[in-house]
Design a protein around this ligand. Structure first.
Ligand code: MLT
Length: 377
């Protein structure tokens, strides 16, 4: 099925104008808008209109998921390969479920059981999966920037499923969707959102900073100073040139009157020795307990991207408590990934890229701001 020739998705020679095909139409209004991205490498290139389109498309996909058979044929015949160089449960499974719900042909490759163990390079692996029919590639890799390299060598669309410390765009999008569906008023605009914990090693924190500030939230990042290194400079320079956020190790100030608290895992696998005295001390000083959560607004929402280490960054009763939306985050991961796969599949190849795979849209001038982003490796 050629989506770009689908009349519902705009004539091939026009900019891609989206309307959800009738196979998706349910009780929700069909989202319409313009999607120009061939890849999803991070959320930093998404405008607030793009975010809005993803949110509206996700709402339509969420409606599909309520059907008795939550499957639509819009990606029938499309090869989607999920290539994981890092352990994953939620991201890998929800991409797989999402692609299958759209009727794609899904192939899962764990690098640990592939020819990578025989010395095959990332580029060779990408060429191989493309030769075997992949038109969309979901890549999770421990090295920041790996999906950007993949995008230069893969003729279809690359979706970043998490790269090193750098970015986790679909996590940020599902977090935004979760907040928009759970916060009274349906918007994060003006809400105080605290990202608490190992911010330094967190791709989730970095992508959320872009998405949440773009959507108008007042974002605070909080943790031990060793785990906030470099974020002050980023905050001072402004995200994307103008949007700002607050960086603090003062947990009480961060939590006071917060609308949302997102706890992050201590990412020991990415951490150099000496940044924390011990997990016990971290838990005692920064763990999100019921007593500490009481500083936030009474109806504050609790989030965690998973996997959780209960008793370290979050107490078990907080994770399972009434204010927790952690299960919603996992469930919404499927709808948001269906939306993103759908939008990317419909985007006209090359519409926003030059021959070198670089983003050439006028709003892509993010490099200047990125220069101030704390180094991700
Ligand atoms: C990630 O992939 O970064 C996770 O969702 C968060 C974590 O690993 O702690």
């Amino acid at each position: 099925m050629n989506l770009s020739a689908d009349p519902a998705l705009g004539a091939p020679d026009e900019a891609v104008e989206f309307a959800i095909p009738t196979t998706l139409a349910g009780s929700n209004p069909a989202p319409a808008g313009r999607w120009t991205h061939r890849h999803l490498l991070d959320v930093d290139v998404l405008t607030s209109d793009d975010l809005d389109l993803v949110m509206r498309t996700t709402a339509t996909m969420a409606e599909v998921l309520t059907r008795e058979i939550p499957k639509v044929p819009v990606l029938r015949g499309w090869g989607v390969t999920i290539l994981s160089y890092e352990a994953s449960t939620r991201t890998r499974v929800s991409f797989e479920v999402a692609a299958k719900n759209l009727s794609a042909d899904v192939v899962n490759i764990a690098a640990a059981s592939s020819s990578v163990t025989k010395g095959e390079s990332l580029i060779d692996t990408i060429r191989t999966v493309e030769a075997l029919g992949a038109r969309m590639l979901v890549l999770r890799h421990a090295t920041s920037g790996a999906p950007y390299l993949a995008a230069q060598h893969f003729s279809g669309s690359v979706l970043n499923g998490g790269d090193g410390w750098h970015a986790h765009p679909t996590q940020a999008l599902l977090d935004l969707y979760t907040l928009e569906t759970r916060l009274p008023g349906g918007s994060v605009r003006g809400r105080k959102i605290v990202i608490l914990g190992d911010v330094l090693h967190s791709r989730v924190a970095r992508s959320n900073l872009w998405a949440l500030t773009a959507a108008g939230a007042d974002v605070w990042v909080c943790g031990p100073t060793t785990l906030l290194r470099g974020f002050d400079a980023w905050a001072a320079s402004g995200v994307a040139g103008s949007r700002r956020f607050t960086v603090t190790s003062d947990l009480n100030a961060a939590l006071r009157d917060a609308d949302v608290v997102m706890a992050l895992r201590i990412q020991r696998e990415r951490m150099a020795a000496g940044l924390l005295p011990s997990l016990r001390e971290y838990a005692a000083r920064f763990g999100l307990t019921r007593e500490r959560l009481a500083l936030a607004r009474p109806d504050a929402l609790v989030m965690h991207p998973g996997p959780m280490n209960e008793g370290v960054e979050i107490a078990a009763d907080v994770a399972a408590g009434d204010q927790s939306v952690i299960t919603d985050q996992v469930a919404n991961g499927v709808a948001v990934r269906m939306a993103v796969l759908y939008l990317l599949a419909g985007a006209r190849d090359g519409s926003a890229r030059d021959g070198g795979g670089r983003d050439v849209r006028p709003e892509a001038g993010r490099e200047a701001a990125r220069g101030a982003v704390p180094a991700a490796e």
